[in-house]
Ligand binder design. Structure first.
Ligand code: SF4
Length: 390
């Protein structure tokens, strides 16, 4: 798979659906539309366009977005809505639903993490994770199939970019995780959402924001905006746009390096959006929104875990309301680095705490289930290759 050049994400270019994925996987101006792509007002408009009164949208939206229905024909809707569904929804009709197929599922040894490899209609496979700890359940979803950012330690980055996901494909992952949660732990609610799966969310800005509008709508899934985190590797125009638009979500920025050289060796996107520019954008984001930024730091032995690096990081973040999350490296086959040892890791944390920054270690939720994004897919690709070599 080829790496796709990162185009500067202007307002129009961020979420252009990839060729061949419009409608039900068929590229055509008259292709069907996906109901999961539609916000509440768009569902109302679709019904009204066919002469069905707007108030029927509530029942349709509830079935799709709250109850996660996959077979609308079997629902006990009012007669006008039943007729609309029969005429308009299904293969070969104007509308259809996103229902990704499960390719593979694995669980962590402690049973708290479940990871799903899901196949989209065009065959692209993406990962979704359901994590349960401290009585809270969090879904981690993908925003793209593959990723163009190429972070050297990341299994998804090692694959390259395939395409952006549509809003409905992002929404459908949350609904999938919620269905699993309801089936396995009835009564538990999915409370949190993180966009830390495959892909760079701010490289697919419009689709991601539309998906989050749908996911946070209290008439549907209803995850509160303050419980939704967007993780970016540092797409500067996207960070500024989040601030300008007053988006209410939490922002996490992956730094991984305290100098331009250190960072761009791990994060090639740093060549496009240099560290100084990124930090300036974070300052501006903080100034406009007044919100704290979570800085993610993957600790890699000998690369970015020294006391000097920790001191430079503290200097860099001075004046920004920051929380630093330290993440031990998840090993991947395409990168020969290893996780920082506990001693240097603790010293790194001590320096940041002493400089006044909240700094925590991210729990390793399911290192034994290929916890890093893209690892389950990479493993699936590698296995047949290994079998062929044997
Ligand atoms: S870490 Fe995130 S941004 Fe970097 S390559 Fe992986 S998925 Fe993309």
């Amino acid at each position: 798979m080829q790496l796709v050049p990162i185009s500067l994400p202007g307002k129009q270019s961020l979420n252009r659906p990839a060729d061949g994925v419009m409608g039900c996987g068929v590229m055509s101006s008259s292709s069907p539309r996906f109901l999961h792509d539609l916000g509440f007002a768009e569902v109302e408009a679709a019904l009204q366009a066919d002469g069905v009164r707007a108030h029927h949208a509530k029942a349709l939206w509830r079935a799709i977005q709250r109850e996660g229905a996959l077979d609308l024909a079997a629902r006990d809707f009012s007669p006008p809505l039943q007729r609309w569904v029969a005429a308009r929804v299904g293969e070969g009709r104007e509308f259809c639903l996103d229902a990704p197929d499960l390719v593979r599922e694995i669980h962590s040894g402690d049973g708290l993490t479940r990871k799903f490899l899901l196949r989209q209609r065009d065959g692209q496979e993406t990962e979704t994770v359901l994590m349960g700890y401290d009585g809270r359940h969090t879904a981690c979803v993908s925003s793209q199939a593959g990723c163009a950012m190429g972070c050297v330690f990341c299994a998804t980055g090692q694959m390259g970019f395939a395409r952006h996901l549509r809003p409905g494909e992002i929404v459908a992952q949350v609904l999938y995780a919620r269905r699993v949660l309801m089936a396995t732990q009835a009564g538990r609610r999915l409370r949190n959402l993180v966009l830390m799966g495959m892909g760079e969310p701010l490289h697919n800005y419009d689709a991601v924001m539309h998906a989050l509008d749908i996911i946070s709508d209290v008439r549907g899934i209803g995850i509160g905006p303050s419980r939704i985190s967007i993780s970016t590797v540092g797409v500067v125009p996207g960070i500024l746009r989040l601030a300008e638009e007053g988006r209410p979500y939490r922002l996490a920025v992956s730094l991984h390096g305290s100098t331009e050289e250190e960072r761009s060796a791990l994060v090639p996107a740093s060549k496009k959006w240099p560290l100084a520019e990124l930090i300036a954008a974070c300052r501006e984001y903080g100034r406009i929104t007044g919100k704290r930024i979570f800085f993610e730091w993957t600790l890699i032995a000998g690369k970015n875990d020294s006391p000097d690096t920790a001191r430079r990081l503290a200097e860099l973040l001075r004046g920004i309301d920051s929380h630093v999350n330290l993440i031990p490296l998840n090993p991947t086959s395409g990168f020969d680095g290893r996780a920082a040892d506990p001693g240097p890791g603790r010293e790194f944390q001590r320096i940041l705490l002493a400089a006044g920054f909240p700094c925590t270690f991210r729990q390793r939720r399911g290192i034994d289930v290929a916890a890093g994004c893209g690892q389950l897919k990479a493993e699936k690709v590698r296995r047949p290759a290994q079998a062929a070599e044997a």
